[in-house]
Design a protein around this ligand. Structure first.
Ligand SMILES: Cc1cc2nc3c(=O)[nH]c(=O)nc-3n(C[C@H](O)[C@H](O)[C@H](O)COP(=O)(O)O)c2cc1C
Length: 276
């Protein structure tokens, strides 16, 4: 058991509006409350046995209808790793991490099982893609928490979808198997700082969806963010100018002013999904 004060301090720092729970709390809460993405790794390798155990923990997570529609691809071939790392010069944490893995949604096995059973697969629609994507995301989250509880650092990498055809080909992903995100894993070179989040007031709803406090909550969050976790630089100042107070909403709006991964739908359809 961990001190509730430690957990509360971490949660309060993150959200600014978490009621204090004075009861005993499990150590896992501290891992979750204190987690953060890691973007700086030592050279120390990750034991392959540890990696397999982390995969087992990740795949112990819940899975829709026990369908198990998610897989992990470990990339430890040095030549493939070098090709992957070279794709991301702006993300030096990729090449510094000893481990790279890819989380995939997998709706293929279910179709194969149906075929082997001689039973028609009657769910060729958007839900087939969605369920596999959600399962893969849940496994990704469980993996990173298990790794962080063991003292490792992780950083998920959705940027793999910027090069989706290349990953698809290099890792020989068949139809109905698609990447949701990569992840780099290693021993942290330094302890990253806990990131802060939107307050619960804006993101936890009771009985009905309620946007009443959203505007003021985002405003307060932007101020906290600028004060406690300022962004290193502002995005696209040439287009948007220099904001006197640059917080989360400014950064995210500017980020999504630029189209990203517009070919993902095409890729997913090419993998065999109808998405209707
Ligand atoms: C699905 C997913 C994809 C992500 N993709 C990237 C990425 O491509 N590059 C990166 O540096 N961080 C990536 N991240 C990390 C996020 O930027 C990070 O979680 C977010 O900024 C919040 O910070 P924190 O995890 O330290 O709390 C990703 C996270 C998730 C969950």
């Amino acid at each position: 058991m961990t001190s509730p004060d430690t957990i509360h301090d971490l949660l309060q720092l993150r959200f600014d509006d978490v009621p204090e729970d004075k009861g005993e709390v499990p150590a896992l809460w501290e891992t979750i409350a204190g987690r953060q993405s890691c973007r700086s790794f030592t050279d120390k390798p990750v034991d392959p046995v540890l990696l397999q155990n982390l995969c087992a923990l990740a795949l112990s997570s819940p899975t829709k209808s026990d369908l198990q529609q998610r897989d992990i691809v470990i990339v430890d071939d040095p030549e493939k790793r070098a090709r992957i790392d070279a794709l991301f010069p702006a993300m030096p944490w990729m090449s510094s991490a000893p481990v790279f893995i890819l989380f995939c949604g997998n709706n293929r096995r279910l179709r194969q099982v149906s075929e082997a059973q001689g039973v028609p697969f009657a769910n060729d629609h958007l839900d087939a893609f969605f369920n596999a994507a959600v399962d893969a995301g849940i496994a990704l989250s469980a993996f990173s928490l298990a790794a962080e509880a063991a003292g490792l650092g992780t950083c998920s990498i959705s940027a793999v979808r910027d090069h989706i055809d290349l990953f698809d080909k290099m890792l020989e992903l068949p139809d109905w198997v698609f990447p949701i995100a990569g992840m780099v894993v290693g021993w942290p070179a330094r302890t990253p700082r806990v990131n802060i989040r939107l307050p619960l007031a804006a993101t936890v709803h009771t009985n009905r969806y309620d946007e009443n406090v959203q505007e003021t909550a985002i405003e307060a969050y932007d101020k906290r963010r600028a004060e406690l976790r300022p962004y290193g630089s502002q995005r696209d100042p040439e287009q948007f100018g220099e904001a006197p107070l640059y917080g989360w909403s400014h950064d995210k709006a500017r980020q999504y002013a630029v189209p990203q991964r517009t070919d993902f739908g095409r890729y997913v359809r090419r993998k065999g999904f109808t998405l209707e």
